[in-house]
Design a protein around this ligand. Sequence first.
Ligand SMILES: [Zn+2]
Length: 307
Amino acid sequence: MKKTTLVLVSALLALNLHAKLNVVATTADIGAITHEIGGDAIALTTLAKPTEDPHFVDAKPSFILKLSRADVVIEGGAELEIGWLPALLDQSRNEKLANGAPGHIICSKGVPLMDVPATLDRSRGDIHAAGNPHYIIAPSNAKIVARNIADGLSEVDPKNAETYRTNLKKFTDALDAKMTEWQNKLAPFKGASIVAYHDSWPYFARDFGLKIELFLEPKPGIPPTPAHLAEVITKMKEENARVIIVDPYLNRKTAETVARSTEATVVDVAQFPGGVKGTDGGYIALLDYLVNSLAKALGTPGTIPAR
Ligand SMILES: [Zn+2]
């Protein structure tokens, strides 16, 4: 090949790469679903690590650069990213991503939020002031999120709308098929009480008929106190709760201490694909992991007699 031809080919390749929609997702669950919908039509970057607390993401200066070059930003909304995303968006000075612009996709649109407080009160440190923002870790909501992403990408990039629609159907069909399998696996444990460190699981509990209403944190974002943990231990014994779930960025040692006094098992969980081992494959791989590890832990007879 002649040198001039080579230059031309590389220029064309560069142009082609540029032609891809440049999409930034805030968290790894949104990143994983966006990857299902966007496929090869988009160039995707995810900001938060899957092992990071989504409320307190370490906002690196490189994030501003990524946002300044993006065509689209996709966020969870419901105030999940309120502590770090708005400042980054301001500094990126990218009008395509302004609030209300087509390039700013908010996944919570049309999701009925749970635990919306009757009165707004952030004075006591509650970081779920607009309702519980951890809604994506429930297949019924993941379908709404996937549709919001497909609609949003189609609006910004109409020439690939057909691709986004086809991918949306593929993802939704796969979820529907898996949902039956997951519900069957967890059906024997209907109503079982599970303890969580942080209140991230009400939507997951609703989708699978579990009860996840005891938390090691006295309020979302407030670290456990000895008095609160003593109360949790008493309730765990009353409810025969034998499983404590902990996300990678929370203090596993606290959970282990509570588990020792209650004969409970600590199970490592994540809301984000890649947050625990074996879940890199995406949203469905993560749900597979969660359902299987919970079914295993709940199915292991504890030493506390059932009531
Ligand atoms: Zn939270």
